[in-house]
Design a protein around this ligand. Structure first.
Ligand code: SPD
Length: 352
C-alpha cells in the first residue's frame, strides 16, 4: 500500500499543479457596476458559457466610480455610468469607441431611446443603454402618516413632523439632491443660474434641518427596518425592497423629478475587449435583458425584452410612468464646468 502511495504521489502532484495552471489561465472580465443592478444568476451563466471568471465590483455613485477609475491601479473592462458621466468619461478620453456590428443583439434596443441617448453620446458611439429610471421618495408606512405623504411632494422633506427625529435621508448625489430642490422651485435641474441656485439653497437649508445623512445605499435596509422613515431613492431600488415588504411605499413627486439613463461603456484600458463585447451582447439578449429587468425592477431600454416582461412589471407606473409625468422630468445633462457650482452648494449643505 505504502509503495502504491509513493508511486501515485508524483502523479497527484503533477495533476494538482496542472489544474492550478488551468484555473489561472481562465480569462477574467473586470466589471464595475452600481450595487443591486444585475441578476447574479446571469453572471454565473455567462462564466459557465464562456469558461471565464467575472470579477465584479460595485459603486454607489457616479462620482465614486469616476474617482476610482481615475485613481485606482485596478483596471476595469466594463463600467455602467449615467448619461452625464458618459460625456465626462469620453471627454477624459477614457472610453473605447464601440463597434456595434460586433453586437448581434444591438438590434433589440429601442430606437427611440437610442435617439435620446445621443444627447450624451452622439452617434451612439461609446455607450449601450442599460436601464433608465427616475428618482423619488421611499417611505415606511408604519412611521409616516398617510395625510403627510398625500400631497406626494418633494416638500415633505422639510416638514416639521420630522424635526429632531433623525429619520430623513437623501442620496449622496449632488445632481439628485440639488436637482430635487430645483424642480420643487419650478426650475430645470440643469439650471445653474444665480436665481435657480439661490432658490434651491433656501429649500435645502430647510430640508437640512431634518436630514440625517446623504447616502445612496443604506436607505435600502434602513427604511425597511425603521432606522430611516423617508428617503430619496432610485425607483428600482425602492421597488426591490417593496416587493416583499408591505410596509414600504414609494412615490414620484408631483413636481417632477430627475430622469436618467445608465449605460454600459468599455474602458480604453480594457485588457479583454473581445470577452467584454460578448458580455454586452449577452446582456442585450432579449430573454436575459427581460430577466435582468424583472430582477432589478428598473426600466429596460431593450424593446425585445420589454415585449417579454411580465404584465405586472410592464404596467408598474413607478417604473414606467405615463408620458405626462415624464414630461415633468429632466434628464441629468453633462453641464461642463457649471457642475462646480452644484458641487460647491452640495458640499456647503453637507458641511452645515
Ligand atoms: N442600484 C442601482 C442604482 C442606479 C442609479 N443610477 C442612476 C443615478 C442617476 N443619478
Amino acid at each position: 500500500m505504502r509503495r502504491f502511495m509513493l508511486l501515485c504521489l508524483p502523479v497527484l502532484v503533477i495533476s494538482l499543479l496542472l489544474s492550478g495552471a488551468c484555473a489561472k489561465k481562465l480569462p477574467v472580465l473586470y466589471i464595475f457596476n452600481w450595487s443591486d443592478y444585475i441578476d447574479p444568476e446571469l453572471i454565473k451563466e455567462f462564466e459557465a458559457a464562456h469558461n471565464c471568471r467575472i470579477k465584479y465590483s460595485t459603486y454607489d455613485s457616479n462620482e465614486n466610480m469616476l474617482t476610482k477609475i481615475k485613481s485606482s491601479r485596478e483596471s476595469f473592462d466594463l463600467v455602467f455610468p449615467s448619461g452625464d458621466h458618459v460625456s465626462i468619461l469620453r471627454t477624459a478620453e477614457l472610453l473605447e469607441p464601440l463597434d456595434n456590428g460586433k453586437l448581434s443583439n444591438f438590434k433589440n434596443l429601442d430606437l427611440a431611446l437610442l435617439e435620446k441617448a445621443q444627447s450624451f453620446d452622439e452617434g451612439n458611439r461609446y455607450a449601450i443603454p442599460y436601464f433608465w429610471g427616475l428618482t423619488g421618495l421611499m417611505f415606511n408606512k408604519r412611521y409616516v402618516p398617510e395625510d403627510l405623504v398625500a400631497p406626494r411632494s418633494w416638500s415633505i422633506l422639510g416638514n416639521k413632523f420630522f424635526a429632531e427625529k433623525n429619520k430623513v435621508t437623501m442620496l449622496d448625489d449632488a445632481r439628485e439632491v440639488i436637482g430635487a430642490a430645483l424642480v420643487l422651485n419650478g426650475f430645470d435641474l440643469n439650471d445653474t443660474s444665480e436665481a435657480a441656485l439661490k432658490a434651491a439653497e433656501k429649500t435645502l437649508q430647510e430640508w437640512d434641518a431634518n436630514i440625517t445623512q446623504f447616502d445612496s445605499d443604506s436607505y435600502k435596509n434602513e427604511v425597511p427596518d425603521g432606522t430611516t422613515w423617508i428617503a430619496q431613492a432610485y425607483n428600482g431600488d425602492a421597488l426591490q425592497q417593496m416587493a416583499d415588504n408591505p410596509d414600504l411605499d414609494f412615490f414620484l413627486p408631483v413636481e417632477g423629478s430627475s430622469l436618467w439613463m445608465d449605460n454600459i461603456v468599455m474602458l480604453k484600458s480594457s485588457k479583454n475587449k473581445e470577452l467584454a463585447y460578448k458580455f454586452i451582447d449577452f446582456l442585450l439578449d432579449a430573454e436575459n435583458a427581460k430577466r435582468n429587468a424583472e430582477y432589478t425592477q428598473y426600466a429596460t431600454p431593450n424593446k425585445a425584452a420589454s415585449l417579454l416582461l411580465h404584465e405586472d412589471v410592464k404596467s408598474n407606473l413607478l417604473a414606467y410612468p405615463p408620458q405626462e409625468y415624464l414630461e415633468k422630468c429632466y434628464m441629468i445633462n453633462a453641464i461642463g464646468e457649471e457642475v462646480k457650482k452644484i458641487d460647491a452648494l452640495f458640499e456647503a449643505i453637507k458641511l452645515n
